[in-house]
Design a protein around this ligand. Structure first.
Ligand code: NZQ
Ligand code: ZN
Length: 390
């Protein structure tokens, strides 16, 4: 295994009624003014907003509301939130939502306490956060990204047509309340795409060096099987608590850094999807679903033993009388079948790319992951993946 230092500063509270049980107590020593940040209003329809407000009042807080955080949050929205946080002297940010709200809030907590060019210093390159940011708490309402337990903040800079972000441990929330019941009102489409996002994170960690025996690969196989099994169960019955609670913890486990330890990781599909998202504003999990099988058909031969293992351990491919290449390819086709089965898209056109000619510009705007099994993986490779997926 590679060397590593493990750190996760987020305390997770997992289970039913976490807001009612813990929120007021957790905020006791966090200052008077709390910014409650949320998205387009789902929390007002499903009652989560009322539950949170009751606890904030119980805790005697002055509440500043910041709403309208969109999916794929923009840098403009971050700056709007940072300016509000400064003007209102916000002591604590409470993010109630999914990855978009969480990511936007992490960025606000940094931007509100930084006088320089936040994008240039922390998003265009990896910067150093050596000053206190506004402390943050998270109330997860939709699972998938795992943002609730990491310091990642994926932001879209519309002017530059760039979507991205780094994992800054200083931006980890102090606490995350993970109540699987809160996810019941999430649409089927979002539940499926969020769960595929989790599966994607697991695969992108698994398909990277080292390949020799390591804890991460073993845990990750179990997590991949778990997310596949429980997503099927949740599609059948969205109010299956066992399934929904497994999906919530799967998402956190994939991105709380535990399974990344000792692994190089290859987040190339994310780097590609983020740029497709920057150009089309497509749904994150849907974008990943389009790209994964095509990417793997393109690179599997360079990581053959791992793809054989994936086919056997995750998809239970019957390997008798087959060559390694046949087994590996069958595993990838099982993944593609699963994507069709759960109703996610398979083409770039479905993501909103209207003209094949756009593909070149998007391809050349993507980052290149140093962890890819294929040596010298290039923008030409990305273009051919995009064309195949068109
Ligand atoms: O905005 P509202 O009205 O709340 O509706 C949201 C939104 O439309 C809705 N929703 C959330 N909770 C709900 C609910 N609807 C009904 N009931 C509830 N309980 O769900 C929709 C999608 O929400 P969003 O937060 O956009 O989705 P997701 O959690 O998939 O987050 C996507 C963003 O996270 C980034 C993605 O790139 C994308 O920008 N990611 C962040 C990562 C990280 N920080 O670690 C890693 C990921 O790879 C990803 O890149
Ligand atoms: Zn993701």
């Amino acid at each position: 295994m590679n060397d590593f230092i493990f750190e996760n500063g987020t305390k997770a509270y997992f289970g039913k009624h976490m807001v009612k049980t813990y929120l007021a107590g957790l905020l006791k020593n966090e200052g008077k003014t709390v910014m409650l940040a949320y998205g387009g209003g789902s929390i007002k329809k499903n009652g989560i907003y009322d539950e949170i407000m009751a606890e904030l009042h119980k805790a005697g807080k002055d509440v500043v509301e910041f709403s309208g955080i969109m999916s794929n949050p923009t840098y403009e929205k971050v700056m709007e939130g940072a300016s509000l946080a400064r003007v209102k002297n916000v002591d604590f940010i409470l993010a109630a939502g999914g990855g978009s709200v969480m990511d936007c809030c992490k960025a606000i907590s940094l931007a509100a306490r930084y006088d320089g060019d936040v994008w240039a210093d922390f998003w265009a390159k990896k910067g150093t956060i050596d000053f206190p940011t506004i402390p943050l708490g998270i109330i997860m309402t939709v699972s998938g990204t795992g943002s609730e337990m990491n310091g990642g903040s994926v932001i879209t800079n519309e002017a530059l047509k760039v979507k991205g972000g780094f994992d800054y441990p200083q931006l980890n929330a102090k606490f995350a309340l993970l109540d699987p019941l809160y996810t019941y009102s999430v649409s089927m489409k979002q539940m499926v795409s969020g769960s595929f996002d989790s599966l994607s994170h697991m695969m992108e960690i698994y398909f990277s060096l080292p390949n020799e025996d390591n804890v991460s690969d073993d845990i990750t196989e179990a997590l991949m099987r778990n997310v596949i099994r429980n997503l099927r169960a949740a599609i059948k019955n969205p109010e299956d608590y066992t399934a929904r609670s497994n999906l919530v913890w799967d998402a956190a486990m994939a991105e709380n850094r535990v399974i990344k330890m000792g692994k190089k990781t290859d987040f190339e599909c994310h780097l590609m999807e983020h740029q497709v998202g920057a150009y089309t504003n497509c749904n994150h999990g849907a974008g990943l679903a389009v790209l994964h099988p095509v990417y793997y058909r393109h690179i599997y031969i360079y990581g053959l033993p791992k793809f054989v293992r994936f086919a056997r351990e995750v998809w239970h491919v019957d390997d008798s009388g087959k060559t390694d290449e046949e087994i590996a390819r069958e595993g990838i086709e099982k993944l593609a079948d699963f994507i069709r089965e759960i109703g996610l898209p398979a083409t770039m056109r479905e993501l909103g790319v209207k003209d094949k000619k756009e593909l070149k510009e998007i391809a050349y705007s993507c980052g290149i992951s140093p962890g890819c099994f294929k040596p010298d993986f290039s923008h030409e490779d990305i273009l051919s993946i995009f064309e195949e997926a068109y």
